[in-house]
Each structure stands twice: as structure tokens, then as C-alpha cells.
Design a protein around this ligand. Sequence first.
Ligand code: ZN
Length: 471
Amino acid sequence: MTETPHPLPSTDPSSASSSSRAAELHSALDTVFDEVVEDLTSLVAIPSIAWPSFDPSHVAASADAVARLARDTGFTDVEVLTAATDSGEAGAPAVVARRDGPEGAPVVVLYAHHDVQPTGDEALWDTPPFVATRRGDRIFGRGAADDKAGILVHLTALRLLGDDLGVGVVLFVEGEEEAGSPSFRNFLRDHRERLAGDVIVVADSGNWQVGTPALTTSLRGMASLEFTVTTLDHAVHSGMYGGVVPDAALAMTKLLGTLHDDDGAVAVEGLRAEQSTDVDYGETALRRDSGVLDGVELIGRGPLASRMWTQPALTVIGLDLPHVDVSSNTLQHAVRAKLSIRIAPGDTPASALTAVKDHLRAHAPFGARVAFGAEEGGSPWCADLSDPVVGTAMEALTRGFGTDSVQIGLGGSIPFIADLLEEFPRASILVTGVEDPDARAHSANESLHVPDFRSAIVSEALLLEALGRGA
Ligand SMILES: [Zn+2]
């Protein structure tokens, strides 16, 4: 990035329509956009994979590069900070930059992350993963969308607005999101004063379709549960006892069969589920994107989007049985399984785990014993739709894209949202992002849709202006 363009005068909402303001911002973006793409290219060139088995110097280099871009954008108070994980290891470096707003103005925290997923098998990439490559409307490269574009949405929105900003800003660019944010909670606690804000904009999600902006207003939570089913005190010969003594594999498979009904919907009582969504998936696209085989039916009930966003899902992700190649004629005395539970917004991991455990105990066949092992949980999240900031953000997206924005959910989790809420319970959290259904974040051939990237930048500038006006 070279120099800051002349800031555009803020629009007086009473005299000019906000759609013409969007047009002004779009044309201001035209004049700097080549530089924005250069900055994105230089960030993508740094293989900032924060996983423990990768060279941490790249993550340090990307933190430094983001800090430099922040200074170029006009921040004078820029720091690269770390915190320790719970086990005492150093977390990855995050960039925190601050800019005061007018007295009494709200403070907006702009979150993104500068670390990326590993590339996976590079042979699956059509272009080199760490060389940002433009093809048609898209820029390919690891991190081009997730989430180095998110960093540049924040910085470029600020660049367009120049010094004429009605809000205070904290830029917070984490360096270990893809590695599960192991020091994030401690980071929030250690640097609480520097990070505190009234509105937190998390630019790490996506839009509904190319050209259709979305605010992500719900995320499913997740939990996992290991358990063991036991029927005998030791394994025995299947010829001698088969047919009269129940083996643990039989008990386990019958028990697992009770977790879903004939439609494949989760049959565990006490799990929260909601069927309403703002938009819905088309079955054809869903079948194509997921790779469901012809003739295989979809499972569950209700709108497809609700099955992915607002209803629970339960999956057997591990089952300890002898491998077929080494199996013998034996009745297994004990079998262990691991379940993954996606939790609907409004539910809690503790309540969901209790419901699943109660179900397993109550449905164990033949009096088989059920013992529970390790469990984990991450909370779901649901935006407070009565918060006026949600409407402000939807409006800014609509203006910036020139198309009505929609609210979407995410079937997966962003666990750090719960951490943010715990540390800053009164803050409004807005989850936005630049990904689209074909962005392939985490996969080979990740890419950014350039026109949507531009619209996201303009939308965020409009949002910051609106928040500065107290909207
Ligand atoms: Zn991300």
C-alpha cells in the first residue's frame, strides 16, 4: 500500500441518498484497488500456517506485514502481541492497532486472522497456492479469501474513509485461528483494555451467493462424546456362545440405530431444534456440492438450510471394532464409539451432552452397560436480532452490494465467538466475510470473488460511517 487517498467527505444522510454514497465509495475504491490487490498478493505470498508442525517464522512475518499495512493505513498505535496458551506455550502473534474516535464515539473492533490452513496435496491446486493468481473474476491462492481478504476489507474500508471517521477503531488480526486459537482466551484477558469495543465486526464468514450479501446471524455449536458399551467381562468364542450371549458389537449397533429416526432426523429428545430460516438451499445445488450419490436420499426434515444451521446433527465419527483383516470368530465384550454433535443455536453443549447421554442409557439394549469417556463442547451462537446494529449492518451490506442482504447461519462453529462474548458480553457482534459458496476455503484452489470483495469493502465503509452517525 502506498499512500492514503484524499478522504471523501461524509455524506449527510438528510441531503444525499446512501446509495449515491455507495457509488462514491465504489469509485474511490477504483482509484486504489490495484494497490489493494498488490497488498493481498504480498500477504498470500507468506505461507503463514500456524499449525504446530509448520515453521512459525512465516506467521511472524505475516504479523509484521499486517502491522506494516496498518501503519500505512494511518494507524500510529500498532503492536504485535502474543499470549501464552493454558499449557504455557507461546501463542502466535496477533496485530492490534488502535485509533481513537471523537469523544464519546463508539469503538468498533475489526477482527480478521492472518494465519492460513495448510495447502493439503499441492498437486490438487491448479495454480501455486502461495502465488495470488487472477483468473476471470477470481483471485486464487491460500488465504486469498480466508482470511487475508478479510484483513484488507477492514484496512481498505478505513483507507477510503481517511481521517474523517466517526468511530474509534481497534484492528485485531489474530495469527492462530486455523490452529484452533489456543491462546485466544488468554489473549483477550491479557490485552482486554486494548481490545475493548462496542461493536465487533468479525470478517471471517461468507455471503449467501456471489452477488448476494449476507450477515451470519447464527452458528451451530459442537460437542463430542466417547462412550463404551459392554456386555461381557471378556471376549468369547462365537461358535460356543453366539446366539445366546449378546456381544457388544450387536448392542452398540442397535444402540447407534436409535439415534436417528427412519427419515434420518436426530431422534434424541431434549435437543433444541428450530426450522425457520431466511433463505433456503436448492436441493440440486446441495447434492452437487456435497457429492451425494445419485439415488441416495437426503436425511432430516424441514427446510434444507434449517437442517444445516438450526437443527442438531449427530454423527458417529469413530467406532473401535477389530479391523476386518484381523477379525476372528469372537464375541466382542466391549465396543467404544465417538459421537460428534452439532448443536442448534439456543442450546448449550452441557444440555446437549446430557440429552445424548440420557438417550444412550435409556436405549441400551439387552441391559448392556454404557460408560462415558472424554467429552468436549463449544457453544452455538445466535445474534441478538433486536440489536439495532444488526439492521445497520444489513442496510450497509444492501447498499454496498446493490442487492438485498439476507441473514444466514453456519452449520459449523466459530468457537472464538463464544470467547469474545464471554469477555465482552455487552458488545454487538457482526459476523461478515468475503467467502462465497465456491471460495473453497481450507481446500485446494481457494479463491476470492473480486467483485464481492470490492462490495464488501464498500459495505464496511458504509457500516463504519453509519455507526459513526449513531445509526
Ligand atoms: Zn477463517
